[in-house]
Design a protein around this ligand. Sequence first.
Ligand code: NAD
Ligand code: MG
Length: 384
Amino acid sequence: MSKRITILGSTGSIGTNTLDVTSALGPAYRVVGLGARRRWRELAEQARSVRPPAVAIADPSLAGELRAVLNKDTELLVGPEGLVELARRPEADFIVAAIVGAAGLPSTVAAVEAGKQVGLANKEALVVAGSLIVPLARRTGATLLPIDSEHSAVFQAMAAGRREEVRKIYLTASGGPFRTWSAEDIAKATLQDALRHPTWSMGPKITIDSATMMNKALEIIEARWLFDLDPDSIEVLVHPESIIHSMVEFRDGSVIAQLGTPDMRTPIQYAMTYPQRLEGCARRLDFSTLRRLNFEPPDPARFPALTLGYEVARAGGTAGAVMNAANEAAVEAFREEKIGFPDIVELTAQVVARHKVVQDPDLETLLAADAWAREQVAGITKQR
Ligand code: NAD
Ligand code: MG
């Protein structure tokens, strides 16, 4: 029997890598749903090649154009509700949650509600609502399989021992394009500078998050929910080569690492084929040319997002939703050249500081906190 896969965010970096993997894996992995926001031409092209029974487009104004070029027997679902419906449909067993940002939350929650296997790239969904998604998955029997490379590595390394034998985890970080830059130079960084990631090729939002290291802050919270860890047992370690994707230290002192070339197709495939390992399509590590692996502690003075990430992880409740939304809005403002690079984290921290955390929030409270944080960023940006 084949595994039937729906890709939410199919036109993005993770989405297209997922299609690469499914085509390399052959007919045992069949794509039965594709969803994206606006890029209808690419979406139609993908639909022509994999012929899924259903396709969803989030922006309703583009439904007409898409309909006109889609195969007649492909069902078209429209609007954000269309993506939610696509995530729920019975023909898929496995949902790849690869929409960027909190915009992916409703469809990710829908997939978990429907008890699917969920390959999770959309880390923002867990940062906002991990406190709801994790218990929900337990109730519905949904499984959350990490696609984020660090969390895939931790997941794989965790298999070397029992949960209660884990002492801590190391999340590795490339350090981003500004790892070696002085604070003065970082303060003047342009959009172009921030989009030049040294080791990974990814969508623009996560690339900017990597430059501020907010990506690692989000990943601390993601790991906290995926592996039920105390934030203090999560250590960030800068490793510029991005070969060790993360590590788990057990109580006997053994450290288990997962290594590979920096290619998202490896963790995407592992999530889909788990618990099996099938032939992979990424370039192999070559230890005859790999001379050394470097490590350094992160520098919270130049990258204050890390400290903020720990604070927010410890605070819990609505704090994650606020930090995530403020960061999304600030990244947007930076991309529109309304604010400077260091303002991204500064604004985010300012909004988090203004927020009064609500514990045990329901979804409505989390969405309200998200909306509030975005308004705060808009207000502060306008004043400047
Ligand atoms: P991307 O910008 O390349 O693609 C985003 C996708 O989401 C597109 O298909 C777009 O159509 C869709 N989308 C965006 N806004 C939407 C909306 N409002 N409604 C519906 N669909 C919408 O992003 P990406 O780099 O592929 O990242 C996707 C997710 O995976 C992010 O959460 C990111 O943090 C995570 N992730 C990405 C990588 C990577 O290598 N790219 C690695 C680890 C984790
Ligand atoms: Mg990552």
